[in-house]
Design a protein. Structure first.
Length: 293
C-alpha cells in the first residue's frame, strides 16, 4: 500500500508491504501555493516512489478530524472545505483512505503492543492531535474526534494564561496554543522578543540558556496538567508523545512528577513514553487503519 503524510512543512510518502515494512520512501517540502499546487506536488511525489503498481491503494494521514471518510475540521487552511479524498482519488487514480494524525499515531503504537491498558497518543507538532486505543483497537469516536485534546482549555490556569491565546478554531486558550511547537515558539518570543524555532529552544536548554530553560519548564508544567486530565478522564496505561515534542526524554522523566498535584488516584501504572518514529509512525499507522477498513 502507498502511504502519505501531509502537513504544513513536509509531504512524506512511502510504500509498505503487507507486513508493514517500508519498501521505498520519498518526501518533499510542502508547496507554498494553493490547494491545486498541493495536489500536483502529491501526484509528483507518488509518481517518484519506487515500486508502485497500478492496483495499490493510498492511505493518507492528515492533521485533521476525519468523520465518515472526509475531513471534518483541520488547522491547515489550504485543506479547509476541500474534499481531499475525492480529489486525491481523481489525481492519483487510486482508492484513497484518510486518517487523522492522532488516530494514525495511536494505531502505530497499538500495533507495537506497547500497553496493557488504554493508550492515549498525543501528536505535538505545529498543531496537536490525539488518538485512543482500547482493547487493542483504535477508538475513533462517534464523530472521529476522540481525544481531541488540542481544543480543550488549559487545566488549572494561572491568571496570565487566561488571555491573549487566540486559536485558529475560534476559541481562546486551547491547549494547542500552549503545547504545540508553535505555542512554545510564541512563548519564547513573548519573553525575549526573539523568534526561535522549537528545536533552537531545545538546543539552548542543552547549553544552559536560562531563558530557554524557563520556557521549557513552563511547557513541562502545562503538559503535566494536560496529561493529568487524560489520566483523570481515561486512566490510560500509556500516554505517547509524538516526535515533535521538545526534549522528549526530559518530558517523559519530568512530566509524571507533576501528576500527583492534579490526579486524585494512584497513577503509578501510567507510563509516559515518546514516539521516536516521527512521520514513519503516521505512514505506518495510516496503512494499518486503511487495511482494517
Ligand atoms: Zn482551538
Amino acid at each position: 500500500m502507498i502511504a502519505l503524510a501531509i502537513d504544513n512543512r513536509i509531504f512524506a510518502a512511502a510504500i509498505l508491504d503487507d507486513g508493514g515494512a517500508f519498501i521505498s520512501r520519498a518526501e518533499c517540502p510542502t508547496p507554498a501555493g494553493d490547494y491545486r499546487d498541493w495536489l500536483v506536488a502529491i501526484r509528483d511525489l507518488v509518481a517518484g516512489l519506487a515500486g508502485t503498481t497500478p492496483g495499490m491503494d493510498v492511505a493518507v494521514a492528515v492533521p485533521a478530524i476525519i468523520s465518515t471518510g472526509s475531513i471534518s475540521i483541520t488547522p491547515l487552511a489550504t485543506l479547509a472545505g476541500s474534499d481531499l479524498r475525492r480529489d486525491l482519488q481523481s489525481t492519483l487514480s487510486r482508492e484513497v483512505s484518510l486518517s487523522g494524525f492522532g488516530d494514525a499515531l495511536a494505531a502505530f503504537h497499538a500495533h507495537a503492543g506497547e500497553t496493557t491498558g488504554p493508550l492515549v497518543a498525543l501528536w505535538i507538532g505545529t498543531s496537536c492531535h490525539g488518538g485512543l486505543v482500547a482493547n487493542g483497537g483504535v477508538v475513533t469516536g462517534a464523530h472521529g474526534a476522540s481525544v481531541n485534546w488540542a481544543h480543550l482549555q488549559l487545566p488549572a490556569p494561572v491568571p496570565h494564561e487566561l488571555d491573549g491565546r487566540p486559536c485558529w478554531c475560534g476559541r481562546n486558550g486551547c491547549l494547542e496554543t500552549f503545547l504545540s511547537t508553535s505555542g512554545l515558539e510564541a512563548d519564547y518570543e513573548r519573553v525575549t522578543g526573539d523568534r526561535r524555532t522549537a528545536a533552537q529552544i531545545a538546543d539552548a536548554v542543552a547549553v544552559s540558556d536560562i531563558v530557554a530553560e524557563s520556557v521549557i519548564q513552563v511547557f513541562e508544567d502545562r503538559l503535566g496538567r494536560a496529561t493529568a486530565a487524560m489520566i483523570n478522564l481515561i486512566d490510560p496505561g500509556t500516554i505517547i508523545l509524538g516526535e515533535d515534542t521538545p526534549l522528549p526524554d526530559r518530558m517523559c522523566a519530568r512530566v509524571p512528577r507533576k501528576w500527583p498535584g492534579y490526579v486524585q488516584i494512584d497513577r503509578s501504572n501510567t507510563q509516559l513514553a515518546a514516539c521516536s518514529a516521527g512521520h514513519d509512525a503516521l505512514l505506518a499507522g495510516a496503512v494499518m487503519l486503511a487495511s482494517a477498513r
